[in-house]
Design a protein around this ligand. Structure first.
Ligand SMILES: NC(=O)c1ccc[n+]([C@@H]2O[C@H](COP(=O)([O-])OP(=O)(O)OC[C@H]3O[C@@H](n4cnc5c(N)ncnc54)[C@H](O)[C@@H]3O)[C@@H](O)[C@H]2O)c1
Length: 335
């Protein structure tokens, strides 16, 4: 059984609490959030009405018994919270992106190593069923080599964050980091680091609200676009089109069917693929807890991998700012 302390009970904190309730190996022993008892009703709605709420991490550390901390804080607060958790000898699951700067990410990785504790980052797309199938096809070569890949993530401007931190560029860096990193990170997982990137972006008073990147992967054409400058009523879309030598795999959260494969044989029609009801949020937390239960290192979405993905997105932002192609220097840290 893993006793977990949840730090930050906003949009993602609530989602994680509900997932923990469904994982039999987890006991949520407390929530840390300065909004305190005003969150009691939200906890009740998650079926966790009796879980204690602490105003800060120190109070929780003194009063609760836990081995892992789940950080669902605004991104600029990840470093301090992670360092406190490691100093207290706890394992850490931290929401994505790992941090705003390379320095913060490296400090978190160093602290995890010094404490000999696990650090996993919530890059949920690595666990998303349709993206798992894309990775399976690339790794197995079942449909031939991957020739080209385009990825898209679009939505309205987020208005839900507590204190509106998401729309403060120095706390979030805009859609380029907060949203688009899902696809940059998945590309790192799928294909490794590209040689270079060239990006275009749109910057407004809330940060980089749109970014589009072409990644240097040799002869393969690989692009991704991430933007939250759509009207709120437009909704959300994540999509990819992967062209293999002998088929095209399509996923589009706004289409019906959402997931299909079109064999490159004569005039074969697209075939709808089964869609799992599971999602990546459940998968990533289940992986973290399983690694703790089995006392083995986190393999997918480690701190090091998340730092490398942050490094990639920061290079994309640098390219959008300068108009120049940026070479990716990997690895950001060893391992
Ligand atoms: N994986 C995903 O798909 C996904 C989606 C949304 C957000 N996120 C990430 O999750 C993280 C949290 O985002 P969110 O949307 O939940 O934000 P949010 O604003 O909804 O919630 C943040 C919570 O942290 C609390 N908080 C602020 N300072 C605190 C402190 N010092 N100690 C304890 N609690 C404190 C706030 O009161 C609030 O409840 C961010 O890093 C964000 O990028 C990930």
């Amino acid at each position: 059984m893993q006793n977990v302390l949840l730090v930050g009970f906003g949009f993602m904190g609530k989602m994680h609490a509900e997932i923990y309730r469904s994982l039999p190996e987890v006991c949520l022993v407390g929530v840390v959030d300065p909004r305190g008892e005003s969150l009691r009703e939200d906890l009740r709605v998650c079926g966790l009405g009796s879980v204690p709420i602490f105003g800060d991490f120190e109070s929780a550390r003194e009063q609760a018994d836990f081995s892992a901390v789940d950080i669902c804080l605004p991104t600029d607060l990840h470093r301090e919270a992670a360092l406190s958790a490691f100093a207290a000898g706890k394992h850490v699951f931290c929401e994505k992106p790992i941090a705003i700067t390379r320095e913060d990410a490296l400090a978190m990785i160093d602290a995890a190593r010094a404490a000999d504790r696990q650090l996993m980052v919530g890059h949920c797309i690595r666990f998303w069923p349709e993206y798992l199938e894309l990775k399976r096809l690339v790794d197995s070569g079942e449909r031939g080599s991957l020739v080209s890949l385009s990825m898209v993530r679009r939505t309205g401007r987020p208005g839900y964050s507590v204190g509106d931190w998401v729309n403060q560029p120095e706390r979030c860096l805009g859609a380029a980091l907060d949203l688009h990193i899902h696809d940059s990170d998945f590309l790192m997982h799928l294909l490794g680091a590209p040689e270079s990137v060239i990006s275009q972006g749109i910057r407004d008073e809330t940060g980089w609200s749109s970014i589009a990147t072409q990644y240097g992967y040799g002869d393969r054409i690989v692009t991704a676009e991430g933007a939250w400058n759509y009207p709120a009523s437009w909704g959300f879309q994540m999509r990819f089109t992967a062209v293999f030598e002998s088929a095209v795999l399509d996923y589009d959260s706004r289409s019906d069917p959402t997931f299909a494969i079109t064999p490159a044989i004569g005039d074969a029609a697209p075939v709808a693929l089964p869609v799992s009801s599971a999602d990546g949020y459940h998968g990533e937390l289940a992986h973290f807890i399983a690694c703790l239960e089995e006392d083995k290192p986190v393999a997918i979405s480690t701190g090091e991998q998340a730092a490398a993905s942050l490094n990639l997105v920061l290079a994309e932002i640098e390219s959008a700012r300068s108009g120049e192609r940026i070479t990716i220097n990997q690895p950001l840290c060893k391992k």
